[in-house]
Design a protein around this ligand. Structure first.
Ligand SMILES: *[C@@H]1O[C@H](CO)[C@@H](O)[C@H](O)[C@H]1NC(C)=O
Ligand SMILES: *[C@@H]1O[C@H](CO)[C@@H](O)[C@H](O)[C@H]1NC(C)=O
Ligand SMILES: *[C@@H]1O[C@H](CO)[C@@H](O)[C@H](O)[C@H]1NC(C)=O
Length: 372
């Protein structure tokens, strides 16, 4: 009996220890990178509010950098008429060819659905948007938005239901974020030039301030301690729980849940947008600068000062917008026309231009594999 009790106490205190390590504190573990006057932290650092008014939005980021693990946050989105506002929650590295894993919440008129926008950048390349309507009212209560990120895959969860998986397919030449440390960020800002119904619905400032609420940030992730971490955070050890086989793929039950979300709530999937990818490919061939900016974060002054193109804010509703695209000619014709420099790659699923491989078709092949 005494033994059992001791075991029980040991178990409970172990759990408490594990939780206290993972459970972050907004004072200790994050700092404001923008709009400090439009923020509030209370309850010993357990609660956070980010506010948007006609003067400014606001943003926070974690102090530490991580490579792999679980980043968990409970968020209650702006209530009522949130049209034109965007609330973000994402992981990102800094510098050129950055990696990034996004959740973005596009506001809407009262009673109309929020849009949950997801994307992933690997070595500077994004264009991998998937969008969903929530199956619940994200403004009436807190919900658990978690990113699981490990060497095998990235999973976006809402209330423990996987809505999206991005698998590591480096073996077929698709870059995967596994070399660069990321910080977690969150922000709220004015994006009424594109966010709601493609920019048609503007912010109604009489509803300001717009408030996004956060709590229970958990950083159960591998802390970056320099280049060594690329190896250390990826190695399969008991401490690196994210590398265990149960996290390398979804269970059958989880696949069923994801299928349910995709069948009923998915709005846009880049994987099915063959027209857009052919268009990208052709534009690249013609030497047309075809910048599809789909990064919607509020300009971060620090990054802007480095003239960071990705932070200028997109004008596309998640790449769903129409672009002029010469749909008449085949890829082969474009290759021919480009007059040197360009050739179809060995596998025939991408194009090499002046030595740079552009592989949107490989990307789509990768999608097909994920869906099968
Ligand atoms: C911003 O909102 C405040 C309070 O509603 C108002 O007094 C002020 O005039 C507004 N400023 C601008 C620039 O619209
Ligand atoms: C939030 O979701 C993640 C991913 O499913 C899960 O690991 C975690 O336990 C959830 N948190 C809570 C408080 O339920
Ligand atoms: C807002 O509601 C409209 C009408 O239901 C819908 O078409 C749109 O996708 C919703 N979300 C956004 C961000 O525009």
């Amino acid at each position: 009996m005494g033994n059992l009790k001791a075991l029980f106490i040991a178990l409970v205190s172990n759990i408490a220890l594990a939780n206290s390590v993972a459970r972050a504190n907004f004072y200790a573990d994050t700092f404001f990178n923008w709009g400090y006057q439009n923020t509030a932290i209370w309850g010993d650092g357990d609660n956070l509010a980010l506010i948007l008014n006609n003067v400014s939005g606001s943003g926070i980021q974690t102090r530490k950098q991580y490579l792999f693990g679980s980043i968990e946050m409970q968020i209650k989105l702006v209530e009522g008429n949130s049209a034109g506002t965007v609330t973000t929650y994402y992981l990102s590295s800094t510098g050129e060819k950055h990696d990034e894993i996004d959740f973005e919440f596009l506001g809407n008129l009262s009673g109309k659905p929020y849009m949950i926008h997801t994307n992933v950048y690997a070595q500077g390349v994004g264009n991998r948007e998937q969008q969903f309507y929530p199956w619940f009212d994200p403004t009436s209560d807190f919900h658990n938005y978690t990113i699981h990120w490990n060497p095998s895959q990235i999973v976006w969860f809402i209330d423990s239901i996987p809505i999206r998986v991005f698998k590591n397919h480096e073996n077929i030449g698709i870059p995967y974020p596994n070399q660069q440390a990321m910080q977690a960020y969150s922000s709220i800002w004015n994006a009424d030039n594109w966010a709601t119904q493609g920019g048609l619905v503007k912010i109604d400032w009489s509803n300001a301030p717009f408030i996004a609420r956060y709590r229970k940030l958990k950083l159960r992730a591998c802390e970056w301690k320099g280049q060594n971490s690329i190896y250390k955070c990826a190695s399969s050890t008991p401490n690196n729980w994210w590398t265990s086989s149960e996290y390398s793929q979804l269970s059958y039950a989880q696949m069923g849940q994801m299928e349910w979300v995709r069948n009923n709530y998915m709005v846009y999937d880049y994987c099915k947008d063959t027209k857009r990818f052919l268009c990208l490919l052709k534009s690249a061939l013609c030497g047309v600068s075809f910048h599809v900016s789909t990064d919607h974060h509020e300009p971060d002054p620090r990054l802007l000062s480095e003239d960071h193109p990705r932070e200028r804010g997109g004008s596309e509703g998640g790449g769903v917008g129409d672009r002029d695209c010469d749909g008449d000619r085949s890829v082969a014709e474009h290759v021919e026309e480009s007059g040197g420099g360009a050739e179809v790659d060995d596998e025939g699923d991408g194009v090499v231009i002046d030595g740079d491989e552009i592989g949107p078709l490989a990307e789509l092949a990768h999608c097909a594999e994920v869906l099968l």
